[in-house]
Write a protein that binds this ligand. Structure first.
Ligand SMILES: NC(=O)c1ccc[n+]([C@@H]2O[C@H](COP(=O)([O-])OP(=O)(O)OC[C@H]3O[C@@H](n4cnc5c(N)ncnc54)[C@H](O)[C@@H]3O)[C@@H](O)[C@H]2O)c1
Length: 363
């Protein structure tokens, strides 16, 4: 079988995805590039591929068909544009861009290149959500008109002021208002509805923990789709509380779903005409409707995490390049999701005023 030869840029998050390639039969890992020698060496030992320190050398290699861009978020567009210009397909880590100008630049570069660009939004392949999506696509939820999700991840110890060693994480996630990590949760919700996001509103609590930070301790985004569906997303990297970053809820005219917020809870489903009225049943009662590809992922605890579907995401990217199937999170969707987060900053600055979100060609 012909395989997609993948080079990885960035041996932090990228090293984890490089290991996931072992479970993606259509992908061959060929090189890992990172300027940091220690990280590069560790990733190369773990995967057995060659290491490079220079990104251009990775792009110049005729052994590389595609690049996984897992560099810091503010560099995704520059590194993706550089890869496309070198004739390499791109799988980009989240989010796609950190400014609206960069969104338009990326769109133009992808269109110009004729190559495949996909956002590596692994939450879209979260195993329980794969099953929810299968049930939605089989019509069990009727028309989906509401979704909600939360990224509650106490991370304030990981942020430092920019003049005291703070990195891009602090710059993007502590020094800006709005939800700039939005694709993890908006992506899966959008997939259940299949319509572009057209408007965003953002409110916030104010910063209650780090005196130097700009971001709200907790913020709420309301996003609306072209067909009037509503999504509510909460982002919180600061509050003192147990983490919960795989909570999703979905409501359709004939079905509802709620993910667990704590280990003691379960994935709950209500389907009109199937579930006893006024009660929940386990989502896993419908496990036979999971996409067949899940049978190839070993049933380890890792499979049940937000990253458990990473091999299926890599496989979807490879099939898009090798067969011409549409990438599930193509450039237009990647930018529509990313721009919703970027424009949530503007809404928050304007006291929660609604802001229109560009569709980037999405219908
Ligand atoms: N999908 C997920 O669940 C998930 C999880 C973690 C991080 N991420 C995303 O992955 C990306 C990377 O995150 P991270 O935690 O690894 O960041 P990081 O800053 O820890 O690592 C980035 C790496 O890229 C390397 N790098 C940057 N520019 C380079 C260049 N020109 N040449 C060679 N090496 C270069 C750096 O040396 C560094 O090791 C971020 O965009 C982040 O949002 C996603």
């Amino acid at each position: 079988m012909q395989r997609l030869r993948l080079g990885v840029l960035g041996a932090g998050r990228g090293a984890g995805l490089a290991r996931a390639v072992a479970l993606a039969p259509s992908v061959e890992l060929v090189a890992i590039c990172d300027a940091d020698e220690t990280r590069r060496a560790a990733a190369c030992v773990a995967t057995g591929v060659v290491g490079l320190s220079d990104y251009q050398a990775l792009l110049d290699s005729d052994r590389v068909d595609a690049v996984l861009v897992a560099s810091p978020m503010p560099l995704h567009v520059a590194h993706s544009v550089q890869a496309l210009a070198a004739g390499k397909h791109v799988l980009s880590e989240v989010t796609a861009a950190t400014s609206l100008e960069d969104c338009w630049e990326l769109l133009a570069a992808v269109r110009r290149s004729g190559l495949v660009y996909m956002l590596a939004e692994n939450y879209c392949w979260y195993r329980p959500w794969s099953l929810v999506l299968a049930l939605v696509r089989a019509g069990h939820f009727g028309e989906v008109y509401y979704g909600e999700a939360e990224q509650l991840q106490e991370f304030k110890g990981g942020f430092k002021p920019l003049d005291q060693g703070g990195t891009w994480r602090a710059a993007e996630l502590a020094m800006r208002l709005g939800n700039h990590y939005i694709t993890h949760h908006l992506g899966p919700l959008q997939m259940a509805v299949g319509q572009p996001i057209t408007q965003v509103i953002c409110h916030g609590s104010g910063q209650r923990h780090l005196p130097w930070a700009v971001a709200d301790s907790t913020n709420t985004v309301l996003a609306e789709t072209s067909g009037g569906a509503q999504f509510r997303l909460r982002l919180d990297f600061f509050s003192d509380r147990p983490n919960s970053y795989t909570y999703f809820g979905l409501q359709g005219t004939t079905g509802a779903y709620e993910a667990p917020r704590a280990a003691s809870e379960e994935h709950r489903l209500y389907l009109h005409g199937r579930t006893a009225p006024g009660t929940w049943e386990s989502l896993w009662n419908y496990a036979d409707q999971l996409p067949a590809a899940w049978a190839d992922i070993p049933p380890t605890p890792a499979r049940e995490t937000h990253d458990g579907g990473a091999p299926l995401m890599l496989e979807a990217f490879a099939r898009a390049v090798l067969d011409g199937t549409p990438p599930p999170v193509d450039v237009a969707l990647a930018l529509n999701l990313t721009a919703t987060g970027l424009l949530s900053e503007l809404s928050r600055q304007r006291g929660g005023a609604p802001v229109e979100v560009p569709r980037f060609g999405l219908r």
